[in-house]
Ligand binder design. Sequence first.
Ligand code: CA
Ligand code: CA
Ligand code: CA
Ligand code: CA
Length: 249
Amino acid sequence: MGFGNGSYFHEPALPTGSSPKAVATADFNGDHYLDLVVINRRSNMAGIFFGYGNGSFQERKHLYTLDGPYSVVTADFTNDNRIDFCIAETEAKTITVYLNDGKGNFPQTISYSTINHPRNLAIGDFNADNYVDIAMTNTFNHTMTVLLNSGDGNFYAEKFFPTGHTPYSIAVSDFNGDSYLDIVTANNNANYLSLFLGFGDGNFQTEMKIFTHGLLPVVIAVDFNNDNRIDIVTTSRQYRTLIIIYNTC
Ligand SMILES: [Ca+2]
Ligand SMILES: [Ca+2]
Ligand SMILES: [Ca+2]
Ligand SMILES: [Ca+2]
């Protein structure tokens, strides 16, 4: 890709294995250089690439996952200052936390059996206990789940919230400025996003519908116009458009 000014992206290609589905970044081995975790849906593998800080990466490390890894998020789930990662394994109906030993090894995993087939993950401390919690979409059940972290990388019982039809993507931010984290899902077979306002204690209001131009697979939350209100970007599969919804709250 060119910028028209003579500069180009350099594109080192890193072999990942079969059907790479998602990627996330963090510094796993504590050398202050960002590393990558890539998950391979068909081969049920996660690959770790250690960064050298100059754009090149060290040979990957392979880790097995349960069946059907679909999405991955990085966070310190155990508050030991070592960045862990969590994978949603759609076919296995699990989410698995890979606990980092501080050197970028993940000798211990904790798998949590979910009631539905989890798809996409998002993180946030929804009950303000300083432990990172999980929110996820259950695509085939048209629900969103909140899982509160018990502090050791395991989770308390699932809390379900109905969404629009076929929720795919999920994002977390404080959309109404009350300092409590909220959750939004993009619904792949609906013409609205589902917004869940948080109470700050791990509970959420039922969905508020944000109507837009139909069939919405993707959502991200970011302040685009620097007014300190978090806006929403989504895409319409039906109309082939990118949609920015400015927050006037
Ligand atoms: Ca690193
Ligand atoms: Ca940790
Ligand atoms: Ca928490
Ligand atoms: Ca809020």
